[in-house]
Design a protein around this ligand. Structure first.
Ligand code: HEM
Ligand code: HEM
Length: 142
């Protein structure tokens, strides 16, 4: 049970790096005026949604695993704090992405806010990997 959460979150992290790479091409077109870049729009949207589903579903599994293991939640200090801080950013990334997908228009500001927020999320997921390994080492293995 304790291992489901780390496995789901690591898959989410790997997927997010690919989704970010797809988004980076869009950034090049919109903000760096680079011509000839193709943006795999549908793939970005479907894998982006999958990333958020894994991250959010994984967060719930993390809380479940804590409860299962220790009969208490919110005991991993920085790991759960950063995890909870990711929630509003995930909501913004998902909602802004859905809006831009459903109502296509020439935009600059919303894609930028979406891209920046999600870049921060990928960085925070890397922090979660580091602190999560710490939780396994200090709280699960002994
Ligand atoms: C980890 C998840 C995600 C990352 C890292 C990410 C990253 C990015 C980046 C960097 C851009 C380019 C922004 C710019 O040009 O300034 C972008 C654009 C876009 N993203 Fe995402 N994204 C993610 C999830 C999603 C999701 C879940 C959706 C839809 C439900 C979505 C829909 C879009 C759309 C439609 C654009 C193009 C907007 C436009 O050009 O009008 N993204 N994304
Ligand atoms: C987006 C990434 C992640 C989020 C949002 C997240 C969030 C959480 C949350 C909220 C908890 C509950 C902690 C508590 O109640 O104190 C938790 C537990 C835990 N997390 Fe994460 N986490 C993420 C990634 C990871 C990764 C990559 C690893 C390991 C490499 C990991 C390892 C753990 C462990 C070992 C626990 C204790 C519960 C268990 O036994 O599974 N987490 N996580």
């Amino acid at each position: 049970m304790a291992w489901i959460h780390p496995v789901v979150e690591v898959i989410g992290l790997l997927l997010s790096l690919y989704v970010l790479m797809l988004g980076w091409r869009r950034f090049g077109t919109l903000h760096l005026a680079r011509a000839g870049l193709t943006f795999a729009w549908k793939r970005h949207v479907s894998l982006g949604r999958l990333t958020f589903a894994l991250w959010l579903g994984g967060l719930v599994l993390g809380l479940g695993a804590s409860w299962w293991t220790w009969k208490v939640v919110f005991i991993t200090d920085g790991h759960y704090q950063v995890g909870l801080a990711m929630v509003p950013l995930m909501v913004f990334g998902l909602v802004s992405g859905l809006v831009m997908d459903r109502q296509k228009a020439r935009r600059r500001v919303l894609p930028l806010a979406h891209g920046l927020g999600n870049l921060v999320l990928v960085a925070l997921a890397l922090v979660q990997l580091a602190t999560g390994i710490g939780v396994i080492r200090d709280m699960i293995l002994p």
